[in-house]
Design a protein around this ligand. Structure first.
Ligand code: SF4
Length: 435
């Protein structure tokens, strides 16, 4: 039998060439994130923290076969031919991925393979005691306040239906509303809108749990368009209520991070006064023309130039290094609108990185998962190449060093073997001596 190992040879090439600058862990992590993982078999008896579908599906495949099965939220890979330190990676199910996890009864553990070649030993995200508990109102902590990043981050997605979908202007890479509908079919307790009481109840359970290692929470959800509102609330009205209640009860317990649209300084002052410490307003893709095509809702209701201006203006409210907007790395190469070449894509994004980093903003990214339930997925897109992610990591760290920026707060530990942030490798690629 001829085994085609092109992807393995490609991975080996990048690790040999850039492993010493970026770490083999960061390179492999990007390769796994971009392509997703197939599972040979996962026992339902295993005690692990399963995918909570906390905001998007983050799966390439989302048919009934996938969403009715229990898969780990994250895996940690270590050892193997690259002598990997523990590397935490978000699980994105892709039934045809070249990365496959198999259970081997002889060695008593799960192993990761790429094109049939052994990559490393796998462990699943540990189940925390609080995830199985219910609040006094009968709500599951896993649904209301799941933790990700190996327990570091409490993810409070309090509004899981973005209003941009109602206008057919959703971001082209996003599957939030279809994820909600899918999950609702599989789990009748999966909630679209959470209440302040639910959140406080779940956080109280986490706070008093001995096995909690949470260091931060993210408060977020889909966009609420101010001209439309939600039950009479603007977006800021809606989120401030949660923030005030959380910070009043648990002040200083966790780093607070808020992900909402790009707002005026007046609105941001309300978030800040309510207790927001880090402000994320995601610019998704830097190129102006791509932003308009890939993020039509953000373009229509706020506008790309205004969005960028508000990110920079936010530094005056939250302070230097506390404005951390996300972009979806890889969509610059998506069809039909994206760049033709990897270098053009990286150069465009690097322009945006430098613009923000020179102004005390620390942009960060998630590795694009081309969910088949998103617009881009329906157009047949698959992931961006590994070369793009390697070049992006090199550029991100070069600019981060050039502007003498700190490791961003609220992302847990940095460096190979330590990083907990699971949806891209920018935290894994920090050099130990620079942390
Ligand atoms: S703003 Fe865009 S990425 Fe965010 S939930 Fe809405 S459609 Fe999705």
């Amino acid at each position: 039998m001829n085994i085609n190992r092109d992807l393995t040879a490609n991975l080996d090439y990048f690790i040999e060439k850039f492993g010493s600058s970026l770490s083999p862990e960061a390179i492999i992590k990007e390769d796994i994130l971009r392509q997703g993982i197939a599972f040979d078999e996962v026992s339902h008896e295993e005690n692990f923290s399963s995918k909570s579908y906390f905001i998007f599906s983050f799966n390439v495949d989302n048919d009934g076969d996938v969403i009715n099965k229990k898969y780990p939220e994250e895996i940690a890979v270590k050892n193997g031919p690259y002598n990997l330190k523990r590397t935490i990676i978000s699980v994105r199910i892709n039934k045809t991925s070249p990365y496959i996890i198999k259970y081997e009864s002889e060695s008593g553990g799960y192993k990761l393979y790429l094109e049939g070649g052994y990559i490393g030993d796998v462990s699943f995200s540990p189940e925390k005691s609080y995830m199985l508990k219910k609040t006094e109102f009968g709500k599951s902590v896993r649904d209301v306040a799941p933790t990700i990043e190996w327990g570091y981050l409490i993810y409070l997605a309090v509004f899981r239906m973005c209003q941009y979908f109602e206008n057919h202007t959703e971001c082209a890479f996003c599957d939030m509303n279809s994820n909600y509908l899918n999950q609702k079919k599989a789990n009748k307790n999966y909630s679209a809108v959470k209440s302040v009481e639910d959140i406080i109840g779940a956080l109280s359970i986490i706070e008093s749990s001995e096995d909690s290692s949470a260091g931060a929470y993210t408060l977020t959800g889909g966009s609420i368009i101010d001209e439309i509102g939600f039950k009479g609330d603007t977006e800021i009205d809606f989120y401030v209520r949660f923030l005030e209640a959380i910070e009043e009860k648990f002040k200083g317990r966790w780093i607070s991070k808020v992900v909402v649209q790009a707002h005026t300084q007046k609105n941001l002052m309300r978030l800040k006064s309510a207790g927001a410490y880090i402000y994320h307003t995601n610019f998704e893709v830097w190129d102006k023309s791509l932003f308009e095509k890939i993020c039509p809702g953000k373009s229509k209701f706020i506008g790309r130039d205004e969005w960028v201006k508000r990110i920079v203006d936010a530094v005056a409210v939250f302070g230097e290094y506390k404005v951390i907007p996300n972009f979806v790395a890889g969509v610059e190469l998506s069809r039909p609108f994206g760049f033709e070449s990897i270098d053009d894509a990286v150069n465009s994004t690097a322009e945006g990185l430098e613009f923000f980093m020179s102004k005390g903003v620390i942009p960060r990214y998630t590795t694009w998962c081309p969910e088949k339930t998103s617009k881009l997925g329906k157009l047949g897109n698959s992931s961006a190449p590994l070369e793009y992610y390697v070049k992006l990591l090199l550029k991100w760290h070069e600019l981060h060093y050039k502007y003498n920026l700190p490791v961003p707060e609220g992302y847990g530990a940095a460096g190979p073997g330590k990083a907990e942030f699971s949806v891209s490798a920018f935290m894994d690629a920090f050099k130990v001596e620079t942390i």
